[in-house]
Design a protein around this ligand. Sequence first.
Ligand SMILES: NC(=O)c1ccc[n+]([C@@H]2O[C@H](COP(=O)([O-])OP(=O)(O)OC[C@H]3O[C@@H](n4cnc5c(N)ncnc54)[C@H](OP(=O)(O)O)[C@@H]3O)[C@@H](O)[C@H]2O)c1
Length: 216
Amino acid sequence: MNTQSNGERILVVGVGGLGEHMVHEALERGAQVSVMVRDRTKLEDRLDADTLVRLTRITVGDATDPAALDEAMQGIDVVLSGNGAHKKMAREMAEAVKRNGVRKLLWPAGGTNLLADDGITPAYKAYANAGFNAEAIYKAHQACIDAIRDAGVNYVIFCPGRMTPAGHRSPDVASTIRVNRVAGMAVSYEDAAWVILEAALTNIWDRQLISAATPS
Ligand SMILES: NC(=O)c1ccc[n+]([C@@H]2O[C@H](COP(=O)([O-])OP(=O)(O)OC[C@H]3O[C@@H](n4cnc5c(N)ncnc54)[C@H](OP(=O)(O)O)[C@@H]3O)[C@@H](O)[C@H]2O)c1
């Protein structure tokens, strides 16, 4: 499975660690890729010149601003968020997706929002044991999931554990994908981007929460 784009027009909102890898993955699959960022200089520092020239459109604006979102979503088929745990952004982006007739919103949440087969969330436990406020992390992500569902748009929520760059994609991340269950505690940005583009270009996980893990 490595679904190629039929020239889908994809918008990546927020080009940080995950966003950068989603841009590369989408271009590699033949999509037309636009981005929305708050700071153009940061984007130019993050992406190499060859990637920058391949972008269809760069919109500079805040993803909580409805007017900026409307500008960025003109002629867009699928929106990929490069930022999560931001309820206002989730709500405004979902509303903009609806207003602008975008087919689907892909959103990153967290591993705390998925159960393991035994009914326990391993990420929640790990954060709590490490002294983090696991409940606050869970609630921040869940508020975004609820806002997207409330807007009534089509979506896929990707719930990763810790994400870091690996420098390459795993050969078998597809075999780790779980629906409404946690796949593991960590996934590389490369593997996360691969899963998110599969979700963007097919309808197999529409309206689901999914996860994946990079095999160690
Ligand atoms: N990294 C992890 O281990 C991990 C694990 C589980 C879940 N997640 C979720 O996955 C998301 C992506 O992870 P990441 O590691 O790629 O994060 P990241 O490197 O911090 O990237 C987030 C990007 O979102 C942009 N952004 C934030 N608010 C924005 C706004 N209002 N308008 C436009 N852009 C905005 C930031 O832009 P600026 O550069 O302008 O700030 C940044 O480029 C996280 O936000 C988190 O919710 C991450």
